[in-house]
Write a protein of this length. Structure first.
Length: 91
């Protein structure tokens, strides 16, 4: 298991909105485009790209979800103190 991963995410305020965004992704919408449009995180300018990070750098729930993903995979909706995240593992 890698100790560093490269992920992007979309941060949304409500679970309802997050479900809508996840459905759009399943229908083929581009992750980066949706991140730029709807994410609340400053990373939205980079299509949600968070760069490379190691364990211990993100909140526990986010880290657990991110490190469980395979390259190219998108997470289920993950709730943290910041809101609802949809995470995509890039590398």
């Amino acid at each position: 298991m890698s100790d560093k991963i490269h992920c992007a995410h979309i941060l949304i305020k409500t679970e309802k909105e997050a479900k809508t965004v996840l459905e759009m992704l399943k229908k083929g919408e581009k992750f980066a485009n949706l991140a730029k449009e709807v994410s609340l995180c400053p990373s939205k300018k980079r299509g949600g790209d968070l760069g490379t990070f190691s364990r211990g750098k993100m909140v526990k729930e986010f880290e657990k979800a991110a490190f469980a993903l395979q390259k190219g995979q998108i997470s289920p909706i993950t709730k943290t103190k910041f809101g609802y995240h949809i995470i995509k593992r890039l590398e």
